[in-house]
Design a protein around this ligand. Sequence first.
Ligand SMILES: NC(=O)c1ccc[n+]([C@@H]2O[C@H](COP(=O)([O-])OP(=O)(O)OC[C@H]3O[C@@H](n4cnc5c(N)ncnc54)[C@H](O)[C@@H]3O)[C@@H](O)[C@H]2O)c1
Ligand SMILES: O=P(O)(O)OC[C@H](O)CO
Length: 325
Amino acid sequence: MKIGVIGGGAWGTALAQVAARGEREVVLWAREPEVVAAINETHVNSVFLSAVPLPETIRATGDLGELRHCEALLVVAPAQHVRAVLSAFGSGTMPLVLCAKGIEAGTQLLVGEVAHAVHPNAPIAVLSGPTFAHEVAAGQPTAVTLACEDEALGARLAERLAGPAFRTYASNDVIGAEIGGAVKNVLAIACGVVEGAGLGQNARAALIARGFAEMTRFGLARGARAATLAGLSGLGDLVLTCSSTNSRNFSLGVGLGEGRAATELLADRRTVAEGAFTAPVLREAALAAGIDMPVCDAVCALLGGADVQDVVGALLARPLTREYG
Ligand SMILES: NC(=O)c1ccc[n+]([C@@H]2O[C@H](COP(=O)([O-])OP(=O)(O)OC[C@H]3O[C@@H](n4cnc5c(N)ncnc54)[C@H](O)[C@@H]3O)[C@@H](O)[C@H]2O)c1
Ligand SMILES: O=P(O)(O)OC[C@H](O)CO
């Protein structure tokens, strides 16, 4: 199965490396001409994943048309840009494996739903889990969920992408696999705030557990399965990103917790902290569905410039309630 990758950021590059294992050819579309040049000339993505030498079987291009002959595409553009990039690709029927984590602003659609709206005849799969790109690229052990409604296709994709240190677990819960990744980014910002404001490790553990309760409420309402939310793409990824400054979302939260403004923290950055874009959309969707998500609300308030101590105080002062509603 010849793989094309749409998106030359850190994750697109690491996944291209995964797909190229065994000297297989991979074509990677990158938006930045300097990324295309660096990969083709020096076999390193010096902009987004600089420490990792890439196999020569990965060829980069700035022309989406060069991915037309691929048998499956990994879509790794940031969530808010997936619609534009897939529209620019034109119509297609090859399987699309969505690897971005987010919810589209304006439509409240998950990335797989966006892809289906743009390419209604393409089978949709989702690859998600606790996966820092630099660790995957370094060959460190990693496990992911690969969800696809067409289970035979899902099994082929899982087999094609698996490697000695990259385990793919098949699932048919596409919505569940997506919701974990989207929501954990928002919760990782909250855990970063705890770190930045020096609120302690009890607070971080409480946020992970109560954040997971929010993820579960939202996920179940959208049709996700509880087991998926408790798996790699949900709880697994939540634990990873809520405990490490290697997470861009957690790091953004650290800055907010230190009292810096989101506008300052987000200005001029080339890398994406998806939670900043997902948080307001998630809040909107949760409000519309009557789902209580106080941690996500708090993250929205902080991104909007609210004072950290005020937000933390308000969160703690809510009426006491039962642990399970
Ligand atoms: N980096 C990771 O460890 C990792 C792991 C799993 C999932 N993801 C997800 O993968 C997705 C891509 O993240 P990344 O880490 O590869 O990106 P990155 O932060 O390394 O790089 C930013 C990417 O955004 C792209 N971009 C910026 N503006 C754009 C536009 N207008 N149109 C299209 N693309 C644009 C850039 O070309 C670049 O590919 C995100 O949804 C992220 O949550 C990342
Ligand atoms: O750096 P983050 O916060 O975007 O996290 C990267 C991946 O999603 C971790 O699984």
